[in-house]
Design a binder for this molecule. Structure first.
Ligand SMILES: NC(=O)c1ccc[n+]([C@@H]2O[C@H](COP(=O)([O-])OP(=O)(O)OC[C@H]3O[C@@H](n4cnc5c(N)ncnc54)[C@H](OP(=O)(O)O)[C@@H]3O)[C@@H](O)[C@H]2O)c1
Length: 307
């Protein structure tokens, strides 16, 4: 932390609201980036009960916070509470990033970082979904993978699986297979994809055993605990039929799903880059500066794997 600027009366804040939040690695890599950028800002993690989310966001607005990240379980409620949302987040119905904007005397909304000595006439919250940007970014970095014309098997249709399926469809995936324990959620997701991205074929079962897929993506929480079963039914589909396997889980670094995929000949990657890129995109929205990716990556890896 060579560029560390001590907290004083001019320090500005951004932060993460979640419930729970104490496991989060975001403060480590966001503060490393703020320090590198020599900003007198801090990134805080705050445990906020769902019933207090509205007051927490309004409080941050009143206290001149630059912006917020929202994590489980606040992403959908945050979407409803935001004063404005960007078009990508509008389709997803969920946000993980808020930027506060201030209204100046000429009626223009500008990022709140622009206010240093005076106060805006009014402050509003603008919502974004940088999780969505992070999925293609990490697939690109890990595998050189782009989804256009690709065939993808997604395991899980919860919050993260839904964002992945919609984003990969938006990027032109040819076929998306979706498997979820609660079938109704997969059916609802298929309908959303049909209505927004009719060019993507959605199939709510495993591919034929002889069919090849480009990517298998685990977006279930199976693998977080060592006792969890593998999220793929290997009696229905073999990993040998896939080229790449991506697990959104990053702790443990290699889940049994990834081990099996590696042993089956797939190229594998975990979700660490997804975490990194969603944070980097949030930081860029708040600061208007390019994120120091390698500084953030180093701090994140240190926090997750060497603590
Ligand atoms: N790397 C990153 O930056 C990043 C970001 C977001 C999420 N993630 C990871 O992605 C995973 C999903 O997160 P989320 O936010 O989507 O959570 P979520 O909304 O709670 O969804 C959980 C998913 O896992 C499935 N699941 C849970 N327990 C299961 C079981 N026993 N058997 C079969 N399926 C089960 C759920 O199926 P049902 O619908 O049937 O309940 C659902 O599809 C988590 O491991 C999370 O840590 C990583």
């Amino acid at each position: 932390m060579d560029n560390f600027v001590h907290i004083n009366a001019n320090t500005r804040y951004c932060g993460l609201l979640g419930y729970p939040v104490r496991h989060s690695a975001s403060p480590s890599f966001q503060n490393a980036a703020l320090s590198f950028l020599h900003l007198n800002w801090r990134y805080l993690a705050m445990e906020v009960h769902p019933k207090s989310l509205f007051h927490a966001i309004e409080g941050a607005k009143s206290m001149g916070f630059i912006g917020l990240n929202l994590t489980v379980p606040h992403k959908e409620t945050g979407f409803k509470l935001a004063n404005k949302v960007n078009p990508t987040a509008q389709i997803l119905g969920a946000i993980n990033t808020i930027c506060f904007e201030g209204l100046n005397k000429d009626g223009e909304w500008l990022p709140i970082r622009n206010w240093k000595n005076d106060s805006p006439v009014e402050v509003r919250s603008v919502g974004y979904n940088t999780d969505s940007d992070a999925i293609p970014a990490s697939l690109k970095e890990n595998f050189g993978f782009v989804s256009a014309q690709k065939s993808i098997l997604i395991l899980g249709a919860g919050g993260a699986g839904r964002v992945a399926a919609l984003r990969l469809s938006a990027e032109g995936a040819k076929k998306i297979y979706i498997i979820n324990r609660t079938v109704q959620k997969a059916e609802n997701l298929a309908e959303e994809i049909h209505s927004h991205y009719p060019g993507t074929e959605v199939i709510l079962q495993y591919p034929d055993p002889s069919e090849k897929v480009d990517l298998i993506l685990n977006a279930t929480s199976l693998g977080l605990k060592s006792s969890d079963p593998i999220p793929l039914d290997i009696n229905q589909f073999s990993m040998r039929q896939a080229k790449y396997a991506f697990d959104m889980i990053y702790r443990p670094a290699e889940t049994p799903f990834l081990t099996m995929a590696r042993q089956s000949g797939c190229q594998i990657a975990n979700g660490i880059n997804m975490l990194l890129y969603q944070g980097a995109a949030s930081l860029e929205l708040w600061t208007g500066l390019p994120a120091p990716i390698e500084i953030m990556r180093k701090a994140l890896i240190e926090n997750i794997y060497h603590n």
